[in-house]
Design a protein around this ligand. Structure first.
Ligand code: 5GP
Ligand code: ZN
Length: 113
């Protein structure tokens, strides 16, 4: 996908520090952290919405969620953590490439329920 910031991070066309990378995805630190630890898990394949996923994409996202849960030390997950996927305008999605926000390292100040 041309002109997609996260695709450029994935392909190293724009340099960014990757704290983790495997065949499915990269993890970077959010440039504007909303918690003590704020990472972004970015699938290597470009798509914007969960609704666009093929069965293979869904399997990839499943592997990504499993892997995130295993990276306890790297991501500071021991005290608990929150994953957020913004979808569309009402949720405030600003980057049109699916990504999972990983928030950890503190009590969260806002509760969705
Ligand atoms: P969204 O609002 O689409 O769910 O999340 C996009 C996230 O990407 C935001 O939290 C924003 O701070 C982050 N972001 C935007 N541009 C950059 C950048 O150039 N580098 C990094 N590391 N994060 C970015
Ligand atoms: Zn992209």
């Amino acid at each position: 996908m041309e002109d997609c910031l996260f695709c450029k991070f994935v392909k190293n066309e724009i340099k960014t520090e990757k704290v983790y990378e495997d065949g499915d995805f990269i993890i970077i630190r959010d440039i504007n952290p909303q918690a003590k630890n704020h990472f972004l898990a970015i699938p290597k394949k470009h798509f914007k919405y969960l609704a666009e996923m093929t069965a293979d994409d869904a399997a990839t996202v499943g592997r990504i969620l499993k892997k995130i849960s295993e990276l306890k030390d790297l991501l500071g997950l021991d005290g608990g953590y929150r994953l957020v996927i913004n979808q569309g305008d009402d949720a405030g999605q600003t980057v049109p490439h699916l990504h999972v926000h990983i928030l950890s390292g503190q009590k969260m100040g806002w509760q969705p329920a």
